[in-house]
Design a protein around this ligand. Structure first.
Ligand SMILES: Nc1ncnc2c1ncn2[C@@H]1O[C@H](COP(=O)(O)OP(=O)(O)O)[C@@H](O)[C@H]1O
Ligand SMILES: [Mg+2]
Length: 1107
């Protein structure tokens, strides 16, 4: 997606004011408040025109991300909120596009964030400049030079854990396209005194700690070092460890950086050997040894350390040992050797250590420069980044602070010069009249220090070169003489004794009123430090070292190049290099970053007003603003100005067709801004007062709100309309659907109703039709019936008529026949006899009878008397004949059947017939007896010898001989008896022996009684008074009762000619002796199976239970 270019302005969403130039009212309080307000809102950057004020946040803010880089890339300086990237971008683009060499001057106190700022600038430029393998390598080398130099040149101080103890100016070189080609680094005055001594709470240079923490055991062994800070005198023990600093990992970073920058392995090795040597030098101690001449000579206490140093550096031990004990002074072909006392020996030792280290540092810079220098000879564009130590005020300020503050003084001056110059140039460029501005020019202070005749540095050099005893005090005296009248110089001993009463100023001090404040300097050490003396014996000893790096570090030690001229003093060297720097900077377009420290505690979120106020004062920031605002507070190119405010005027809104300047003129005219408030430059509008700008801003804001409202209104209208239209459309669609649905429903309802109605109508119609059809059919049927009836009637009528006719015809025929018969009979009567008819009748009858009998013959039934068949009667008139004939036939048939019987059979049938007459339908026992032939003699009396006596006693023919049960008259129990019936008697005999028990003549038997039931009981009643009757009537029971009774009856009848009375009744009386006993038959239980039981109930009753 193409990045959307949004025209914004610094003025948008400002916290406080983003550009101090716009501050109203402008005074110290408002200035600080504005900074504070912004700082509290994490806005650490604020502009004064094109100068960036940076307040150290002391914590990482998320404002240096690659996204931020992109945001600030190719944007105008005032477009976004103040940022160091905006300044970097401005500088880089003006270098690339306008071919102007740039310098970025970063100033501020120690710990204010200069080094960080310089790194941010470099990283921004690296991020936005060209890309490619080669370019990237150059960038990487440039960036990686930082950790190397920081390790060797930075240290923890009370103000800053990573304080740069050297000044650094780095030129980054670009080709015409803006791609980096390389760089050149210049270093200024390393604070070498730190190598041998560190103030309380501070550390030596980082590299010492890094080696001891981070190097491998093997490497440490090679360097003859021990991993123990306390072993080394040069390492102050106060703050060996720094919070949040990992020396070991930093060591790896440094080695890695060295490799990237291009250090060879042996070079790296040599560098660390030198570092180790410096560290070990500190451990060399001296002791006094009295000499013959009475003077003390120093001797090395323990030579072991010296030995190791010499092994490490390839120096002849004796040479070095001697150099610590003697000093050779050469003057005019004459060599004078003097011994060193202990103090001098220590001085020599420390001087050597300091020199070794500072020269090593310079060598490192040179070596890095070698690596990063541009490879081509093409014309280069340069961007210089100056990160120099800031203005320093300590309790004890020495030569170093003096030098550092001098440098800052120079920088301030160039700042004033350049700012003013630029301002002036712009006015000229824009054709605006220049008005002079009052500001403090620190040139006078610079003059106090650097003046070739009367400057403090010149004084110091003079003192150093002067023969005779030279001390710091003589130097101070000199100063007191020369500078006494200077406004910015203060001392107790100055000529006019202006400061005699100022007890805060000790005698051994002088005070300079720097632009940034008064600083009191201790003169002690000034001379020495300025001389920066290293005894020739030592430098020669170094030169003799079998170590190429050390040898190279001390070229003056080469006896062949012996130079009796004194080397330039530190002060003059520094002055010269500062001068060169200033010259260099003046040729470039300056960009300022002014760093401010918000507090002394290195803590985030704390804003110390007093501290900031002090810095603002000495940095002259208010003056800066004033200069900037001297004529006109605000200026802006016509295009962006018109772009920003065009909505304030009808003519220019929304589009102005014509030159921007004319547009702005119209705009300002329209807005009625007083003429003295602004001025039209060539390309910019200059606004005198910030108030005017803010008025414009307010108007713009107001107008923007109106416009926003307008846009909102239109947008809302549009949105509502769109929504309305959409809703309308939707409503139509929905309505159509709803209607469709409703219609569909209605249609379906109507349809179903129609179907129902239709079906009803159809049904009704059908029924109607059916009714009609039925009616029609009935009519038809009726018609048919009527017709049928009608036809029937007709037909019957016709039939009747025909019948009538036929009858008539018949009648006629009969009448005719009768009449004819009559006529014939009358005619023929005379020919027939009168009874011929009778004969015919008889003949016919005869014939019929004949036929009947012949046919009967054929149809005769069988001869069986029980055959009921008989042919049907053929003629009615033979009815009685036919019946008679049947009777006759039957009788004949029976006779024929009877004729077949023998006499015996006849007798049996007679008896049977008798039995039938007596018992049929009277006694239930009878039917069972019909089939039984009457045997009579069941017992073979004559054959059985047992009964011989009985046979003998009865000489008559026995009709019945049978065993019966005689019922005991007393108890009803049965006893077996033989029953015999003869022609005249009834006999009862014992069954066993045949003894006759009773003999009754038939004439004495009066009656036989029996029940009507199926039992064999019977009573034989005897004639009263007879012999037999004394005991009473017999009560017997027999299986052959019917046969016995029948035979008794017949026999009695044939003998006595009297009919025996047979009484059949279920209750009869019998005579037992005197008693008349009633025998009663009852339908009894089947206790004894089928055998009837007899029981004498009382003397009047005998019960027989019949099953
Ligand atoms: N922009 C920044 N963001 C976060 N921390 C910062 C920033 N600038 C400085 N600091 C902090 O302040 C410390 C001191 O900064 P430095 O640049 O070394 O100061 P100077 O070089 O001015 O003495 C740094 O080590 C870092 O912790
Ligand atoms: Mg620094």
């Amino acid at each position: 997606m193409a990045k959307m270019e949004v025209k914004t302005s610094l003025l948008d969403d400002m916290i406080g004011v983003g550009d101090m130039v716009l501050l109203e009212p402008l005074n110290e309080d408002s200035f600080i408040n504005n900074l504070k307000k912004r700082f509290d809102h994490n806005e650490v950057y604020t502009y004064i025109g094109s100068v960036v004020i940076s307040i150290n946040p002391y914590r990482s803010l998320p404002i240096y991300t690659p996204e931020k880089v992109e945001e600030y890339r190719n944007r105008n300086f005032y477009e976004l909120s103040p940022h160091i990237f905006a300044l970097s971008d401005e500088a880089y683009r003006s270098l690339r596009d306008q071919d102007k060499d740039q310098c970025i001057l970063i100033t501020g106190e120690s710990g204010a964030g200069k080094t960080e700022a310089s790194k941010l600038v470099m990283s921004y430029v690296a991020a936005v400049c060209g890309k490619g393998a080669e370019v990237n390598q150059v960038k990487e080398q440039l960036l990686q030079s930082n950790p190397v130099l920081e390790a060797f040149g930075n240290a923890k101080t009370v103000r800053n854990d990573n304080s740069s103890r050297f000044g650094k100016y780095m030129d980054i070189e670009f080709d015409f396209k803006g791609d980096p080609l390389g760089g050149v680094i210049s270093n200024y005055l390393l604070e070498k005194s730190r190598v041998v001594k560190q103030p309380r709470g501070e550390r030596n240079f980082h590299i010492f700690y890094q080696i001891l923490s981070g190097a491998s055991e093997e490497f440490l062994c090679k360097l003859k070092l021990e991993r123990d800070f306390s072993r080394y005198n040069y390492l102050g023990l106060d703050s060996a460890k720094v919070n949040g600093v990992d020396d070991a990992s930093n060591f790896r970073t440094v080695r890695n950086a060295m490799q990237i920058v291009g250090f060879m392995d042996h070079e790296t090795q040599s560098v660390f050997e030198v570092v180790a040597a410096v560290l070990k030098l500190g451990n060399i101690e001296f002791k006094p040894e009295s000499r013959a001449n009475g003077l003390d000579e120093s001797k090395i206490k323990d030579k072991n350390e010296l030995k190791e140093i010499c092994e490490l550096t390839g120096i002849d031990q004796s040479v070095l040992e001697r150099a610590f004990s003697f000093r050779t002074v050469e003057a005019k072909q004459e060599k004078v050797s003097t011994t060193l006392n202990v103090a001098q020996a220590y001085y020599a030792r420390d001087a050597l250590a300091k020199n070794l280290y500072s020269r090593l540092f310079s060598w490192l810079v040179t070596r890095i420069n070698e690596s990063i220098k541009a490879q081509t000879k093409v014309r280069k564009k340069v961007m210089g980044v100056l990160d120099i130590y800031g203005f320093e005020i300590f309790e004890d300020n020495s030569f170093e602070q003096f030098i550092i503050n001098y440098c800052n003084e120079k920088l301030q001056q160039i700042f004033i010069e350049l700012t003013l110059k630029e301002e002036q140039e712009e006015y000229i460029r824009e054709g605006i009249e220049w008005t002079n501005i009052e500001y403090f020019n620190n040139a006078i202070i610079c003059d106090l220090i650097e003046n070739n005749q009367t400057g403090i540095l010149a004084m110091l050099d003079e003192e150093c070169l002067r023969p005779g005893t030279v001390t710091d005090d003589t130097f101070l005296e000199k100063l007191n003489q020369v500078c006494a009248t200077h406004q910015h110089f203060e001392s107790r001993m100055s000529k006019c004794s202006r400061f005699l009463n100022d007890t805060s100023l000790p005698h051994s001090c002088f005070r300079i009123q720097h632009y940034a404040g008064k600083v009191m300097y201790q003169v002690e050490g000034f001379v020495d430090k300025n001389n920066d003396l290293l005894y020739r014996d030592l430098s020669q000893a170094m030169w003799k070292a079998n170590h190429s790096l050390i040898k190279a570090l001390f070229p003056e030690g080469n006896p062949a190049k012996i130079n009796l001229k004194r080397p330039p003093t530190a002060g003059s060297q520094f002055k010269a290099s500062v001068a060169t720097l200033m010259k260099n900077l003046q040729t470039k377009n300056p960009n300022y970053i002014r760093c401010i420290k918000p507090n002394d505690k290195k803590a985030a979120h704390i804003f110390n007003d007093a501290l900031v106020c002090h810095q603002i004062r000495y940095l002259g920031l208010l003056e800066n603003v004033r200069v900037r605002r001297a004529g006109y507070a605000f200026r802006q190119a016509y295009e962006p100005c018109l772009e920003r405010y065009k909505m304030l005027c009808k003519q220019t809104w929304p589009h102005w067709r014509g030159p921007a300047r004319a547009g702005v003129e119209v705009l300002f005219d329209e807005l009625g801004i007083p003429e003295e408030e602004f001025s039209f430059g060539r390309s910019k509008i200059f606004i005198r007062n910030p108030r005017t700008l803010f008025k414009l801003e307010d108007l713009r804001k107001q107008r923007l709100e109106d416009l926003a409202t307008l846009i909102e209104k239109i947008y809302r209208g549009w949105k509502c309309r769109t929504r309305f239209l959409l809703m309308k459309n939707s409503q139509i669609v929905i309505a159509s659907w709803v209607r469709r649905y409703a219609q569909q429903k209605r249609y379906q309802k109507i349809k179903s109703s129609a179907i129902i109605v239709q079906s009803y109508i159809r049904g009704w119609k059908a029924r109607k039709l059916l009714r009609e059809l039925k009616h029609l059919k009935r009519c038809n049927e009726a018609a048919t019936i009527i017709a049928a009836y009608w036809h029937g009637t007709q037909a019957r009528g016709e039939l009747r008529r025909l019948k009538e006719e036929a009858r008539n015809k018949h009648a006629i025929a009969v009448i005719w026949a009768c009449w004819l018969g009559y006529k014939v009979r009358r005619e023929y009567r005379k020919f027939f006899r009168a009874n011929a008819g009778r004969k015919i009748y008889e003949f016919t009858l005869q014939r019929l009878m004949q036929k009947y009998f012949l046919e009967m013959k054929k149809k005769m039934p069988s001869l069986s008397p029980i055959d009921k068949n008989w042919p049907a009667r053929p003629y009615l008139f033979l009815d009685s004949t036919h019946k008679e004939l049947r009777r006759i036939f039957h009788l004949w048939r029976c006779k024929k059947y009877r004729d077949q019987f023998t006499d015996q059979q006849k007798l049996i049938y007679e008896e049977k017939l008798e039995a039938s007459e007596l018992f049929k339908d009277k006694k239930a026992l009878y039917p069972a007896s019909v089939g039984q032939p009457f045997q009579g003699a069941y017992l073979e009396i004559s054959e059985n010898p047992k009964y011989k006596k009985l046979k003998d006693a009865v000489d008559e023919k026995i009709i019945i001989a049978e065993v019966v049960n005689k019922i005991n008259r007393a108890n009803g129990k049965a006893t077996s008896r033989i029953f015999l019936l003869t022609k005249n008697n009834v006999l009862l005999a014992d069954q066993k022996n045949g003894t006759i028990k009773s003999e009754v003549p038939l004439g004495d038997v009066t009656k036989v009684s029996m029940s009507s039931q199926n039992d064999g009981f019977f009573a034989v009643h005897l004639k009263e008074g007879s012999e037999a009757a004394t005991k009473g009537d017999f009560l017997l029971s027999s299986d052959h009762l019917i046969e016995m009774a029948t035979k008794l009856y017949r026999t009695t009848l044939s003998q006595t000619k009297q009919k025996l009375n047979i009484e059949i009744s279920d209750e009869f009386l019998v005579q037992f002796k005197q008693d008349k006993v009633c025998v009663k038959f009852i339908q009894g239980s089947q206790k004894n199976g089928n055998i009837p039981t007899c029981k004498r109930k009382n003397n009047r009753l005998l019960e027989v239970a019949v099953p």
